[in-house]
Design a protein around this ligand. Structure first.
Ligand code: PLP
Length: 410
C-alpha cells in the first residue's frame, strides 16, 4: 500500500483564485448582461516584446536544422543568458556574482516552492503578512508549517509579521530568532517597498541570528523611485544570508512563456544538525541536476533578448503602460475617499475597505454593485483582512472605466 504525504491534507480547502472564479461565475450566470471588469488576478495582458518574438522564431529555426539543433541544455541555464543577467541585472548595481551562482528556471513560483527541498523540515519559518500564498503552502506540504490554528488562520510553526497601514507596511524585526524568513519586495499583494536602510535591518538581523532570507524580487522591474533596492545583494553581507528569486513574468510578459532565475551565492551556508556548515549553492545545484532538466532553449533565447537595447526599450514601454494604469487607478480611488497603498513601485494597489467592512464583503459588493472583480486581501493572510487588492495589469480603457464606476458607486 502506498501511503500519501498527509501534510497535503492540511492545506486549506481551496485556492483563493478558484473561490473568486466561482463567485464571479455565479454572478455571470445570474447577471448575463453585465459587463465585468477584472482587476483581480495578477496576470499580464500586453503582448511579448517584439524582440523576444524574433529571438524565439530564430531559435525555432535553429532547432529545425541538423547543424544548429540543441537537445538537453545545462540544468543551470545557458551561458548566454546567465552572462546577460550578470552584466545587466547585477554589475551596474555594483553586485558581482559568478555564473555558477545563477540558476535559470521556469519561473519564480517553482523555485520559491522548491527551495524547501534543501532545508530541514523542522526549521522555523517567518513571513510578512499578508503574503504570496506559495511560501506558506509549500511549507505546509512538507510539514514545516506545523498545524493550522483555526481561530487565527495561522500555522503553528510560522511567525507572522503583520504589514498594515498602522505600521506603514514595514514589518517589525522579530524579537526572537527564526531560521528562514521570506521577504518579497516590491510586495505582492500590498504593492509596498522597503528602503535600503529598512532592508539592511533585515540583513543585519539575519547575519546576527544565522537566519536564511528567501528574497522574492519578482516585481523588481516596476521600481520607479530612487532609494528602493532592486536586489537584496545591494546590502552588504546579504550574500552570506540570502537567496534571491527573479522572474521574467512581470518584467517582460513571460507568464505564459515561463522563465526566471534564482541566485544562490557561494558564500551562503547553512548547518547540519552537528553544526557543519554546508554551501547551499552546492545543495541547490545537486537538487536541480536531479529534478530539473533546464528551461527550453527557445525560452532562454527570448529571455536573453530582453537585455538587448531594443528589448530594454520595449519592456520599459510595457511597464510604463501598467504603471500609468496604476497611477490612474490610485488617483481615481483616492478621489473617492478610499485609502490606497502601493501602486508607485509595483503594479498592485492595496485598498482599505471603507467602514471596516470585511475583504470578502467588499469584494462581493464591488462585484454586484460596480461589476468589478478585485482580490479579497484576507486571501493573502490574516493581516490582509479589511483590504482588497487591485492590479494594474489590465487594459487602459478598462482601468478608466472601472474608476468611473467606483466613483459613481461610492
Ligand atoms: N513571486 C511573487 C511574489 C508573485 O506574485 C508571483 C506571481 O504572481 C510569482 C513569484 C511567480 O512568478 P512566476 O510567473 O515567475 O512563476
Amino acid at each position: 500500500m502506498a501511503l500519501i504525504n498527509e501534510h497535503f491534507l492540511k492545506l486549506t480547502r481551496s485556492y483563493l483564485f478558484s473561490d473568486i472564479a466561482k463567485k464571479v461565475n455565479t454572478f455571470r450566470v445570474t447577471h448575463p448582461r453585465q459587463d465585468i471588469i477584472r482587476l483581480g488576478i495578477g496576470d499580464v495582458t500586453r503582448p511579448l516584446p517584439k524582440t523576444c518574438i524574433e529571438a524565439m522564431h530564430k531559435a525555432v529555426e535553429e532547432l529545425a536544422n541538423k547543424d544548429t539543433f540543441r537537445g538537453y541544455g545545462p540544468e543551470q541555464g545557458y551561458d548566454f543568458l546567465i552572462d546577460a543577467i550578470l552584466k545587466n541585472d547585477f554589475a551596474p548595481r555594483g553586485i558581482h556574482l559568478s555564473a555558477s551562482e545563477i540558476f535559470v528556471n521556469d519561473g519564480a513560483k517553482s523555485d520559491t516552492g522548491n527551495i524547501g527541498d534543501i532545508l530541514r523540515h523542522d526549521n522555523s519559518v517567518g513571513v510578512t503578512d499578508p503574503i504570496y500564498p506559495v511560501y506558506i503552502d509549500s511549507n505546509v506540504m512538507c510539514g514545516r508549517a506545523g498545524v493550522l490554528e483555526e481561530e487565527t488562520g495561522k500555522w503553528s510553526n510560522v511567525t507572522y509579521m503583520p504589514c498594515t497601514s498602522e505600521n506603514n507596511f514595514t514589518p517589525e524585526i522579530p524579537d526572537k530568532r527564526i531560521d528562514i524568513i521570506y521577504l518579497c519586495y516590491p510586495n505582492n499583494p500590498t504593492g509596498t517597498t522597503l528602503t535600503k536602510p529598512e532592508l539592511k535591518k533585515w540583513v543585519d538581523y539575519a547575519l546576527a541570528n544565522d537566519t536564511l532570507i528567501l528574497f522574492d524580487a519578482a516585481y523588481e522591474a516596476y521600481i520607479q523611485e530612487e532609494g528602493v533596492p532592486h536586489s537584496i545583494y545591494e546590502i552588504r553581507g546579504a550574500k552570506k544570508c540570502a537567496i534571491e528569486f527573479r522572474s521574467f513574468s512581470k518584467t517582460a510578459g513571460f507568464t505564459g512563456v515561463r522563465c526566471g532565475y534564482t541566485v544562490v551565492p557561494k558564500e551562503l551556508t547553512a548547518a547540519t544538525l552537528k553544526g557543519e556548515r554546508i554551501p547551499l549553492n552546492k545543495l541547490w545545484n545537486r537538487r536541480q541536476c536531479t529534478k530539473f532538466n533546464g528551461t527550453s532553449y527557445i525560452t532562454q533565447r527570448a529571455a536573453e533578448a530582453i537585455y538587448s537595447p531594443e528589448g530594454k526599450e520595449q519592456i520599459k514601454e510595457t511597464i510604463q503602460y501598467y504603471m500609468t494604469n496604476a497611477r490612474i487607478m490610485k488617483e481615481g480611488l483616492e478621489a473617492t475617499g478610499l485609502n490606497v497603498y502601493g501602486g508607485v513601485n509595483a503594479p498592485y494597489l492595496w485598498v482599505k475597505t471603507p467602514k471596516g467592512i470585511s475583504s470578502w464583503r467588499f469584494f462581493e459588493q464591488m462585484l454586484y454593485e460596480a461589476n468589478i472583480v478585485g482580490t479579497p486581501g484576507v486571501g493573502f493572510g490574516p493581516s490582509g483582512e479589511g483590504y482588497i487588492r487591485l492590479t494594474a495589469f489590465g487594459d487602459r480603457n478598462d482601468c478608466i472605466k472601472a474608476m468611473k464606476r467606483i466613483k459613481n458607486w461610492l
